[in-house]
Every structure is written in structure tokens, then in C-alpha cells.
Ligand binder design. Structure first.
Ligand code: PEP
Ligand code: MG
Length: 585
């Protein structure tokens, strides 16, 4: 009898393969006392383990495929940085000396101390970052227990072609799994924003996370099905189910091959409507991936990364250099630079030290609110963006606007910066477009008011959905309520698109919804003409746009927007996506 196990879909794709269960959690360790003479050699053993851990991570980094978005390397870099942090280097050595205990035990004690600090944090995102501490500590422990990289590599190389089910996986494990051709990964812990989930998407391995106690229901080597989009694992599938998933797999592969031919193709619906398709970029290295996948430019450049992992924010000059570099790399294609969106899930050091902790950071001092409160943080960025506009087409976009006054305050600052630059004889584009990110329901409802004062709008669905449905976007427990098809969300999106149309200004979408192929046709049906998506999603979205006929999808779009029952909406969406034999799976 087919058994269905439901987890959280983390990376789409279908795999049918034998299962292998593995344990990657904390290795068993115990404390033992050292003689004063042994302490020195124990310290040396600890240092060797640190060195070996760094070497292992560098080795893993070399295995990242070249065409992967740079966030993959960034996760490995985070672990490399932690291996230089005194919390995991000098402090455990102090413990070895003081307590005269073995290195493994010292590391475990220090791990518990660090994790308890994370556990006490209010911010859900930061709380979940303790996983990184565990991943780094477990790597060190495995080395100290003399399970070396070759063993890890060998273990993982034996998993080639299998569906791996683990308690948890580190970012480095995930890179090696992709390298060795693992068919899919399933973890018992973690949510869709865990690093494993993000990496699996970037590396294109079908993945399910948060499938609690999965290993309990599985026998090694039995063939199972993983559907990464639905978050479903099918154990002991019937012949009919197996047959239908094999057909689905073939279809996905056929579409994947066709997609590769679209790199240079223009983006146009089958009824002749030109659609803008741009990339969301966080790190300058992503530009190459985006342009080679045929993006018309960058529709969202998140500037937060520039402010991360450093004690002081970058000054105007450094920001100007980075933005100019970006503009030049784009060789005449436009870039939309978003002003700082710090706060909530995007925390950095060195900005507002000593500020009171917010009990509800997503509703607190973040993004434009923070920038307006701290003009000495904001104006250097505005000036740097304006100066970069002298070197190519730049648009400036303001996140998290919730009322028109905030917009007027920003526009006044822009005017003031422009006057300063003119007086100083510094070049900039005096008609640089300024846009509003529409990601707060209040702004979406008043999109007509915003549209009168800006040159463009861009819908940020990640936050719009969070605020509309009142679900913290990084809280696993309420993830089941996350629903881009919620009628309220669709109404707000539609209202924004219509307001832009009436005011004669372009409206884009840059939230994750724009990059999820299952919504492409619906969004076209709602009148969206500009998409900005993760670099990995560019080709898929282009393929779907080119196979869509706006005239034909409009009717079904109207029906989806009127339908109250979620299952009926999903069925209509399926119908729309399967029209004309296309596939958005
Ligand atoms: C959004 O909210 O949809 C968005 C694109 O911004 P971020 O994910 O950076 O908050
Ligand atoms: Mg946002």
C-alpha cells in the first residue's frame, strides 16, 4: 500500500530512487581528564582539527558548479568565518587549559554556551542560525574523532543516485551530495528558509525539509518517490503511481532541455506581448549567471549584503564603487538598486548599536523607517546611487513604504542630495527614476496615491504575503498558512497593477512569487508585464511566458480571483498551467 509522508517542499523536482538513511547529527562524545603534560598536545590536536576543518570547507567550495548563484559559496564562507571566530577557536582552547579536558568536550561545552545565547534571542531567524554553529562544531568533532574528509566524501559518494534521508544536512554536505549525483534530499528538521533548503534550490536538487521522523518509516534501498514541489514522499508506491511519476519526470526533463535553448530568445507571449524579465541580485557575482541566462537587467539589487559581516557600514565612496562596478558589468542594461532594507530578518552589526530590541521586528524599525530615522546612514547611500546613475541606467527603489509622507520625505532627501551634487559639479542622471516597493498592504491598497509620485512600482510579495496574512515569513510553525493564492493577496496585487496601468507607470514584481513558474500565467492574466526573479528561475519563467497566450489566460484568472475554496483555486491554476500542453512543474 502506498504511504504518503508530508513534509515541506523546499526545492522542486521529482526523484524516483532507492532510499538511504544517514545520521549527520552530533557524534557521541565523552569527557576525559588530561594530565598537565597532555594539555599541550591536546591544544595542538585542536589546532590541527581547526586547520583540517578549514581545508575541508575550501575543498567543498571548489566543488560548487560554476554556473551556480553565489549564495551557495556565501553559505560555505559563513562557516569558514566561524572557524576563525574566537568563540570557536580561542575559547575552547581556554577550556582545554582550565578544565584539563579533551578537545571534543571543550568544544561541546562551548557549543552549548553559544547555542544558549541564540536560543534566548527574540528573532526567529537568528534563533535558527544556531544550526550553523552545530554544523561547524559537528564537522570539528568528526575530525577530532578521526573521521576525516575522505570518509565523508566516501560516505557521500556511495549515495550517488539515491534519495538521502537525514536528520539534518550541512550546506557543505548539500554541495557534496550534488557533486556526487544524489537524486534528492529529505531532512527531518529545518524549514524552507534553512540553508539546506536554499542551497538545494540553488543547486537544483529536489528537496523536502521538516519531514519529522521520516527515517522511522523507511528501509534502506527501497524505492521511493520524492516530489519536491509538493513536499511529498511516497513510500511503497503502487505501479500506477510509479508510472505516473515516471511520465512526469520525463516531461520535466523534456522541458528542461528545451529551456536551455532559450538563453538568447526574446521574452514574448504567444499572442505577441513583450514582457520584461530581470534578475534579483544580491552579490555582484550573480550578474554573470543572470546575463548568461538572458535577463534584461537587474530588477532588484539588494544592498544589504554590503553592510553585512563588518563592524562599520560602508561609506559613500565604497558604495559608489560597488554600484558603479555593477552598472558597468551590466553593459547598458538597467539596474534597480533598492535602498537599505535592514532590520527584521536582515540584521547587521555596526548599525544602530544599542538600539532597543523590538518585540516584533518585522513590524518595527526596518527598511525605509530605519533609513529616515538615521539620515547619516541613508544620505551617503542615496548620493552613491545617484552618482552611479552617471555611468548607466539606474533606478532607485524604496522598500517598505507604508504611507505617502515617507515617500515625500525620501523625495526631499533625494532633492537635497541632488542639489549638493550639482553644486559640487558631480555628474548624475537628473531624471533617475525613483520607485516604490509595494510590500505593505496599506501601500497596495493606496497604490493609486503612490503611483502619482513615483516613476515605477515593484511588488514585493515576500513581505506583502507576510503582512496580509499575518504570518511571520520565517516562522516554520505558521508556514502552512503561507498562500500566494489567498484572495486578499491576489486582490492587492491586482490593485497595484491596475493603479500603475492607470497612472501610466510600469509595475514589476520582485518577490519570490514572480520566480515561481506555477504563478507566471496567473500574473500575466492579472496584467503583470515585468518580472524580476532569482537567477535560477530566469529560464523557466521565460519558457512559460513564451508559451502563454494572455488572451486565453485572462478568463481563468478572473475565475481564480473569484473562487473562495482553496482546493478549487488550486485546480483552476492547474488547469491554466496545463493549457496548450505546457508544463510549469
Ligand atoms: C519582498 O518582500 O518580496 C522582497 C523582494 O524583498 P525582501 O525579500 O528582500 O524582503
Ligand atoms: Mg521585502
Amino acid at each position: 500500500m502506498t504511504v504518503l509522508l508530508q513534509g515541506i517542499g523546499a526545492a522542486k523536482g521529482v526523484a524516483i530512487a532507492p532510499v538511504r538513511t544517514i545520521e549527520r547529527g552530533q557524534p557521541e562524545i565523552r569527557e576525559y581528564e588530561l594530565t598537565p603534560k597532555q594539555v599541550r598536545s591536546e591544544l595542538a590536536r585542536f589546532r590541527r582539527a581547526l586547520k583540517a576543518a578549514r581545508a575541508e570547507l575550501k575543498h567543498v567550495k571548489n566543488k560548487i558548479p560554476n554556473d551556480t548563484a553565489t549564495d551557495v559559496a556565501a553559505f560555505i564562507d559563513t562557516h569558514l568565518l566561524m572557524l576563525k571566530d574566537s568563540a570557536l577557536t580561542s575559547v575552547p582552547m581556554e577550556i582545554i587549559k582550565e578544565r584539563r579536558c579533551n578537545a571534543e568536550w571543550a568544544l561541546r561545552l562551548q557549543r552549548d554556551a553559544v547555542v544558549s545565547v541564540f536560543d534566548a534571542m527574540d528573532d526567529e531567524y537568528l534563533r535558527t542560525r544556531k544550526d550553523d554553529v552545530d554544523h561547524v562544531v559537528n564537522r570539528m568533532l568528526r575530525i577530532l574523532l578521526q573521521r576525516d574528509q575522505n570518509e565523508d566524501d566516501q560516505l557521500i559518494s556511495h549515495l550517488s543516485g539515491c534519495i538521502v534521508v537525514a536528520d539534518d544536512l550541512t550546506p557543505a554536505d548539500t554541495v557534496l551530495m550534488q557533486h556526487h549525483g544524489v537524486a534528492a534530499v529529505v531532512t527531518e528538521f529545518g524549514g524552507p528558509l534553512s540553508h539546506t533548503a536554499i542551497l538545494a534550490r540553488s543547486l537544483r536538487i529536489p528537496a523536502i525539509v521538516g519531514l519529522h521522523a521520516a527515517r522511522q518509516y523507511l528501509r534502506d534501498d527501497e524505492v521511493v518517490i520524492v516530489d519536491g514541489r509538493q513536499g511529498v514522499m511516497l513510500v511503497d508506491p503502487s505501479r500506477a503511481i510509479l508510472g505516473s511519476f515516471k511520465r512526469k519526470q520525463k516531461e520535466i526533463e523534456r522541458f528542461r532541455i528545451e529551456r536551455q535553448k532559450l538563453r538568447r530568445a526574446r521574452v514574448m507571449t504567444s499572442d505577441g506581448e513583450r514582457i520584461g524579465l530581470q534578475a534579483n541580485v544580491e552579490l555582484p557575482g550573480d550578474i554573470q549567471t543572470s546575463t548568461s541566462a538572458g535577463a534584461d537587467g537587474v530588477g532588484l539589487y539588494r544592498t544589504e549584503f554590503l553592510f553585512m559581516n563588518r563592524p562599520e557600514p560602508p561609506d559613500e565612496e565604497e558604495q559608489f564603487d560597488t554600484y558603479r562596478h555593477l552598472v558597468r558589468a551590466l553593459k547598458g542594461a538597467p539596474v534597480t538598486i533598492r535602498t537599505l532594507d535592514l532590520g527584521a530578518d536582515k540584521q547587521v552589526d555596526g548599525v544602530r548599536p544599542g538600539a532597543p530590541a523590538s518585540t516584533n521586528p518585522a513590524l518595527g524599525m526596518r527598511a525605509v523607517r530605519l533609513c529616515l530615522k538615521e539620515p547619516e546612514l541613508f544620505t551617503p547611500q542615496i548620493r552613491a546611487i545617484m552618482r552611479a546613475s552617471a555611468h548607466g541606467p539606474v533606478r532607485m527603489m524604496i522598500p517598505m513604504l507604508s504611507n505617502i509622507q515617507e515617500l515625500h520625505q525620501v523625495l526631499a532627501l533625494v532633492k537635497q542630495c541632488g542639489n549638493q551634487l550639482l553644486t559640487a559639479g558631480v555628474d548624475f542622471d537628473e531624471s533617475m527614476p525613483i520607485g516604490a516597493m509595494i510590500e505593505v498592504p496599506a501601500a497596495a491598497l493606496c497604490a493609486d496615491l503612490f503611483a502619482r509620485h513615483v516613476d515605477f512600482m515593484s511588488i514585493g510579495t515576500n513581505d506583502l504575503i507576510q503582512y496580509t496574512i499575518a504570518i511571520d515569513r520565517i516562522d516554520d510553525e505558521v508556514n502552512y498558512l503561507y498562500d500566494p493564492l489567498h484572495p486578499a493577496v491576489l486582490k492587492l496585487i491586482h490593485n497595484t497593477i491596475r493603479a500603475g496601468y492607470k497612472a501610466g507607470i510600469p509595475v514589476a514584481m520582485c518577490g519570490e512569487m514572480a520566480g515561481d513558474g506555477s504563478y507566471t500565467r496567473l500574473l500575466l492574466g492579472m496584467g503583470l508585464k515585468e518580472f524580476s526573479v532569482h537567477p535560477n528561475a530566469l529560464l523557466e519563467v521565460k519558457q512559460i511566458i513564451n508559451q502563454s497566450h494572455i488572451g486565453k489566460v485572462r478568463k481563468l484568472t478572473a475565475r481564480i480571483m473569484r473562487t473562495a475554496k482553496p482546493s478549487n483555486r488550486a485546480a483552476l491554476l492547474d488547469e491554466m498551467n496545463n493549457m496548450d500542453g505546457s508544463n510549469s512543474y
